[in-house]
Write a protein that binds this ligand. Structure first.
Ligand SMILES: C[S@@+](CC[C@H](N)C(=O)[O-])C[C@H]1O[C@@H](n2cnc3c(N)ncnc32)[C@H](O)[C@@H]1O
Length: 261
């Protein structure tokens, strides 16, 4: 990834949690509502274990983990954005549930952890931001115990296609959004690094009824930083709601890839 892309992620897109929050509104308000319960029941989180969460964002996994997740986990959270690290520290600290937590600014390319020091290393919806995701996986494997796991969440190609079509509307035929690394492509990379990789799929359907929530999501994307795009997105959203009788349906899926050596 060019330095400018990395600094765009760090200093604009993920400078503060607001854009991520705008996107999570759509999932939380219209989705199944069990995302964090699903994640925590499928990711091995052993009692007293060291868990590295890479690209932790505002720490939403830990702020929303169900009570069944052991509170004696030793959490090591990392993100390239200082704003995300501050937000994660604030929200996790306020909970008084986790007693051994360190949140630091760090790039997945060079994690400040010793070899084989984590029981489980997770990267939820972040691997697609890396110029060299295979190296990112290698670094996650390095910090993970030989019998530990590396758990990566990515989206299958074509997920939320209805929303992507709206995001393209201001640009005519030209698609300004590069295809993110899909879970299918992530699987190939994981197989290069781990002896076994298990996949668990999460399917959902968002039946969006408030155009403001949809526009909030679209407005949080990098495309909306370009002048004049927001007005075109607003027109596309208005048109989509008119054509869909007030319920805009989005099909989405995510896949959890669990690698073991
Ligand atoms: C889509 S957000 C996901 C956040 C969190 N995992 C979640 O599920 O809410 C991606 C996060 O990865 C972080 N990130 C991007 N590139 C990174 C890198 N090279 N090293 C560490 N974190 C990175 C971003 O700053 C952002 O907070």
């Amino acid at each position: 990834m060019a330095d400018s892309e990395q600094s765009y992620l760090r200093d604009v897109q993920y400078r503060f949690p607001d854009r991520l929050k705008a996107r999570s509104i759509l999932h939380n308000r219209y989705g199944r509502g069990d995302w964090f319960a699903w994640l925590s029941s499928n990711i091995p989180l052993p009692l007293g274990g060291v868990i590295a969460d890479v690209g932790c964002g505002a720490g939403s996994f830990w702020a929303n983990a169900p009570q069944s997740v052991p509170s004696n986990l030793r959490l090591r959270l990392f993100d390239i954005s200082q704003g995300m690290v501050d937000a994660a520290r604030a929200s996790i600290g306020a909970m008084q549930r986790w007693h051994d937590v360190e949140v630091s600014v760090a790039d997945v390319a060079a994690l400040p952890l010793a070899d084989a020091s984590a029981d489980t290393t997770i990267a939820i919806h972040m691997l697609y931001h890396l110029a060299d995701p295979a190296s990112g996986l290698k670094e996650m494997a390095r910090v993970t115990r030989e019998d530990g796991v590396v758990a990566v969440v990515l989206n299958p190609a074509g997920t939320m296609a209805e929303l992507s079509a709206l995001a393209r509307a201001p640009f005519g035929d030209a698609d300004p959004r590069p295809e993110p690394l899909s879970s299918e492509q992530g699987m190939v990379l994981m197989r290069g690094e781990f002896a076994s990789v298990d996949v668990v799929r999460y399917n959902d359907e968002l039946r969006v009824t408030d155009p403001v929530d949809l526009l909030g999501y679209l407005g949080s994307l990098p495309i909306a930083d370009k002048p004049g795009v927001m007005e075109k997105l607003a027109a596309a959203v208005e048109d989509a709601f008119r054509r869909s009788d007030g319920v805009f349906t989005i099909n989405k899926a995510s896949e959890l890839l669990i690698g073991r050596r």
